[in-house]
Ligand binder design. Structure first.
Ligand SMILES: NC(=O)c1ccc[n+]([C@@H]2O[C@H](COP(=O)([O-])OP(=O)(O)OC[C@H]3O[C@@H](n4cnc5c(N)ncnc54)[C@H](OP(=O)(O)O)[C@@H]3O)[C@@H](O)[C@H]2O)c1
Length: 284
């Protein structure tokens, strides 16, 4: 029969249209949600991501500003800029595009962003709040977007075996935290995991975020599992995920690449920016 395709593109469009109503409500009170993205250096992939974030924000009425700094910017200059943005009431969300050039201490830069404006959810206070199961803190956009995909597809993780392959701070770890918060039984796998296939075979929900093209094969997957493919790999000029096409025959639901998780990441960034604007202005 084949898996149901989870259409991230149209779910992201629904989220943006719901968000527009909240933005209009803020604007009636004289508040325009503001997102400032700081881009250091001239990495082409980062430039593309930043342009896409700016365009999508502008389309729904978020005031999006990109500050571009040269590659040789000093750490202290970047921290000073972030401190100014922390004090600026028109800026509700601050995002420093990663990766930063090698001479930066990325952890120190992340920690300079006020946790209340940390729409990326990378600040250690927000990371701690996520693992403590506290509400009202920002979590990273990709895993939050995935939770929303699951919710809108009618998949409740409670009681399910959820297996996350990948343990990055951006995807794997926060994904595991959110699934745990949603009462799944969570296993985190990584490059040192022994017998990965056996773990995958046990998964009712499988999240793959490793950056290895078409890595997970159909024979590993439990029939009826829900598969979320986070991978974005370029092979022969085309985008593909971390999960092989053949898995569609075995899974109950699967996200496509492109058009699955990717659009949700940007949509969630916009949601976080609007939440930041609502919170600072005491709008429910
Ligand atoms: N769609 C989106 O919006 C979006 C957002 C973010 C990322 N992505 C994509 O998602 C993928 C992962 O991103 P990331 O930032 O999390 O990557 P990352 O920081 O490179 O982390 C990759 C993780 O995968 C693990 N891994 C690598 N090879 C493995 C293997 N053969 N078996 C088991 N685990 C393995 C690594 O294990 P170790 O920790 O042991 O090294 C690491 O934890 C990339 O393709 C990226 O482009 C997509």
């Amino acid at each position: 029969m084949g898996a149901q395709i989870i259409d991230g593109k149209s779910i992201a469009a629904e989220i943006r249209s719901d968000l527009k109503v909240r933005i209009d409500r803020l604007k009636e009170k004289g508040i325009t949600p503001g997102l400032t993205v700081v881009l250091v250096g001239d990495d082409p992939a980062s430039q593309t991501y930043v342009r896409s974030k700016q365009r999508t924000s502008g389309e729904i009425g978020i005031n999006s500003n990109v500050i571009e700094l040269p590659e040789d910017t000093a750490q202290s200059e970047l921290i000073d800029l972030i401190e100014q943005l922390n004090q600026d009431d028109t800026v509700h969300g601050i995002l420093v595009q990663l990766p930063l050039p090698r001479h930066f201490d990325t952890d120190a830069v992340i920690q300079a962003v006020s946790p209340s404006k940390d729409v990326d959810g990378f600040h250690p206070i927000n990371v701690g709040n996520l693992w403590a199961g506290l509400a009202d803190s920002f979590a990273p956009c990709t895993p939050v977007g995935i939770m929303e995909l699951l919710r809108r597809t009618g998949v409740d993780p409670a009681g399910m075996n959820a297996v996350v392959i990948g343990r990055s701070n951006i995807v794997g770890k926060p994904m595991a935290g959110l699934l745990l918060k949603a009462n799944a039984t969570v296993t985190i796998c990584h490059s040192r995991t022994k017998d990965l296939e056996a773990h995958v075979k046990n998964a009712d929900i499988l999240i793959v975020a490793i950056g290895q093209p078409r890595f997970v094969k159909d024979s590993w997957v439990k029939p009826g599992a829900v598969i979320i493919d986070v991978g974005m790999n370029r092979v022969d000029g085309k985008l593909c995920g971390d999960v092989d096409e053949s898995v569609k025959k075995v899974a109950s639901h699967i996200t496509p690449v492109p058009g699955g998780v990717g659009p949700m990441t940007i949509a969630q960034l916009l949601v976080n920016t609007v939440i930041a604007a609502e919170r600072t202005n005491f709008v429910d």
